[in-house]
Design a protein around this ligand. Structure first.
Ligand code: UDP
Ligand code: MG
Length: 322
């Protein structure tokens, strides 16, 4: 039987939202979340110091103005403006690193595709002693067939590579203070939070919801970025591709030795001209394998190069007044 946190005073909840060019939807999102927060406060699920932290990831529309306006009018809304666009993962990290007074931290996208009502279930799970609560989509009908299938393939690939991911979970999750502090100790530059969070351990559980379509604005994850995230996910967490290359290299070398023996016998038997086709095929094949292998190795060396520079992961340009 789990212990319960319900006999403790209500915690301060911080909701972190990374926002990049979200002027079309942000006012609505902030309305929904503010109402939700005041309901939670009334039902003493959270303390009245709880708040929403919007991270403006270098937007070039009116996102920051909207955040500021809301921060002036609502005691729930706070804002953080990054000095440029750092990408979803870094923007989210910037938010997480700036919620010093949050005891329970929920991250959610600005587009309301993830059902904010589920935050209540997350808080209930937290009060039952869970430190990490993953929001898991059990219905992806709103995504295109292509997005659903590529996502499925991605989870399979990651599993094969030995990376522990929660399937159909994006960055909608609850973290307890100690889980967040543990997460912030991971200092890598190439961050992929979905892979990092399970690494911190602690007691975790899932809550399920149906993912909706974006009600406004458009996805900032076109195919190119999705592929980038997949490569990032694999190469930041697994050295399996390097092992596959090594095993492939071994198999090809063994096959080559056998081929050499065969060719020598062929030559001894006087068939000198024959074999031109097999030679060209072998050259092209080996060229291809080597280029691919170098590419994969290059990807890892690139990662080492970036990691060794230890550049800051984001810069904060401005904050709203509390
Ligand atoms: N986002 C961000 N920086 C970026 C791209 C996206 O902060 O460079 C935010 C975006 O505003 C949204 C969240 O990350 O709140 C997820 O992006 P999006 O909804 O476009 O991704 P999708 O749901 O299509 O995967
Ligand atoms: Mg979205």
């Amino acid at each position: 039987m789990l212990k319960s946190r319900s006999n403790q005073p209500p915690p301060c909840l911080a909701v972190v939202i990374p926002c990049y060019n979200e002027e079309d939807i942000l006012p609505q999102t902030l309305d929904v979340l503010s109402t939700l927060l005041s309901d939670f406060i009334k039902s003493t699920l959270i303390s009245d110091t709880s708040y929403i932290l919007c991270v403006d990831d270098g937007s070039n529309d009116n996102t920051w103005e909207i955040i500021n306006r809301n921060a002036v009018h609502s005691s729930y809304v706070r804002g953080l403006k990054l000095s440029r666009n750092y990408g979803h993962q870094n923007a989210l990290l910037a938010g997480l690193a700036n919620v010093a007074d949050g005891e329970v931290i929920v991250s959610i996208d600005a587009d309301m595709q993830d059902d904010p009502q589920v935050i209540r279930d997350m808080l209930v799970a937290w009060s039952n002693e869970y430190d990490i609560v993953y929001g898991v989509r059990n219905d992806r009908q709103s995504d295109t067939v292509f997005k659903r299938e590529t996502a499925k393939l991605f989870y399979k690939l990651m599993k094969f590579m030995g990376v522990d991911l929660v399937p159909d979970h994006a960055d909608f999750r609850l973290l307890d203070r100690r889980a967040l502090d543990a997460l912030l100790e991971y200092n890598e530059r190439n961050i992929f939070l979905r892979g990092l969070v399970p690494l911190v351990g602690f007691l975790s559980t899932n809550v399920y919801y149906a993912r909706k379509s974006r009600i406004a604005g458009e996805s900032k994850y076109p195919l190119k970025k999705m592929l980038g995230l997949a490569v990032q996910g694999v190469t930041s967490f697994s050295i399996m591709p390097l092992r596959i290359i090594a095993v492939g290299g071994l198999l090809i070398s063994t096959a080559s030795v056998l081929a050499i023996i065969y060719i020598l016998f062929d030559k001894i038997n006087g068939h000198v001209i024959r074999g031109w086709t097999s030679i060209t095929i072998a050259i092209f094949f080996m060229g291809g394998v080597q280029m691919l292998s170098l590419g994969v190795i290059g990807e890892y060396i690139g990662k080492i190069y970036i990691e060794t520079k230890r550049r800051p992961r984001f810069h904060v340009e401005n904050k709203t007044e509390i």
